[in-house]
Design a binder for this molecule. Structure first.
Ligand code: TXA
Ligand code: MG
Length: 319
């Protein structure tokens, strides 16, 4: 039996399979099996009211999961699937509450990684898959990250190499009249606007955080991290070194000095390349055993929105 056939058989048996997508690795379970979905929440330590994204083999499966599908959803699916876009639509009555967190909507996407697509086609159904990390921690972008973090809890980890995009999909809510980006990603508002015919709004309606990634401290490394304007990095280094701290600096430009307690990692000036390596970098910074991570803030620009969002959450105080 091929690895993909074995993985599909495990999903059918109600077991968990971690698999690569173009964004991050997902922790997959049969989305129509409540017991299997329950295992995902247990493995991640994730609160039960946080809904999961259902991954589909192709847009032809939309009708099984959603109702009242707007034309905009079909146009976006045609333009961007397979790809890093999750659509929030009105849920089909057959969708189980464990997936939706009891909400009347469901998140759907067709991922672009060839292994993910092979698995979904072989399974021929919906696979619920959050990022394959412990709740609140950095998402995995390699199979090794998944094994390090979830190890024994996962039946199988499909290894598809490092994820190309590197940060999670853009989440677009089409369940109410106005399209809204609930989570920015590398597919940006301008690209969506070209197909939608209007620029989507940003942020969730109301106060309830319907997107777990919208909680402030999320995607966080264990080491304290500060996000600073480029010209504030040098004084922050002085302060930290003065306190005897070991500092990791992530910036496009070298701090221009050598100290045993100062480690510099060069950040890309290209948003795509930056996103691609971001989570692996955050894990590396933790492993370097520093006391503080200083990150030079990238430009405030639409192309950087997804990256800036993750950096702000990674730098937010853990409450
Ligand atoms: O790129 C991605 O989207 C990755 C890969 C594995 O596909 N998945 C991912 O899953 O990031 P997760 O569970 O870590 O984040 C999914 C986000 C959560 O913040 C969840 O709250 C939101 O999607 N979500 C899912 N269904 C929703 C719904 N019906 N309404 C609002 N938000 C929803
Ligand atoms: Mg996640």
């Amino acid at each position: 039996m091929s690895e993909i056939s074995r993985a599909a058989a495990m999903l059918r048996a109600g077991d968990l399979v971690a698999f690569p997508t173009e964004t991050v690795y997902g922790l997959g379970a049969d989305a129509s099996n409540a017991a299997a979905v329950g295992k995902v929440f247990a493995a991640k330590g994730r609160p039960a009211d946080h809904p999961l994204i259902v991954h589909l083999p192709d847009a032809g499966h939309l009708e099984r999961w959603a109702i009242e599908i707007p034309q905009a959803a079909r146009r976006l699916a045609a333009a961007f699937w397979p790809g890093p876009l999750t659509l929030i639509l009105k849920r089909h009555p057959a969708v189980i509450d464990a997936i939706t967190g009891g909400q009347d909507t469901v998140g759907l996407r067709v991922p672009r990684h060839p292994l993910a697509l092979q698995l979904l086609r072989e399974f021929a159904g919906g696979v619920a898959a959050p990022s394959a990390n412990r709740f609140g921690h950095v998402s995995p972008t390699t199979a090794a990250h998944v094994r390090d973090e979830l190890g024994a809890a996962v039946g199988m980890v499909l290894d598809g190499g490092p994820c190309q995009v590197g940060i999670e999909s853009t989440i677009l809510d089409l369940s109410s009249g106005m399209p809204r980006i609930l989570r920015p990603g590398m597919l940006d508002a301008m690209a969506l606007a070209e197909v939608l015919g209007e620029v989507p709004a940003f942020g969730a309606e109301g106060a309830v955080p319907r997107v777990s990634g919208s909680l402030e401290s999320h995607y966080a490394p264990t080491t304290p991290m500060r996000l600073l304007p480029a010209d504030a990095i040098a004084p922050a280094i002085d302060l930290a070194l003065g306190r005897g701290q070991r500092v990791v600096v992530f910036a496009p430009a070298s701090p221009g000095r050598r100290e045993s307690n100062l480690i510099w990692r060069e950040a890309s000036r290209d948003p795509g390349a930056y996103a691609h390596e971001l989570y692996a970098r955050l894990r590396e910074f933790d492993a370097l055993g520093g006391d503080l991570i200083l990150v030079a803030a990238p430009p405030v620009d639409e192309a950087w929105r997804g990256v800036n969002d993750r950096l702000q959450r990674a730098a937010a105080e853990v409450k």
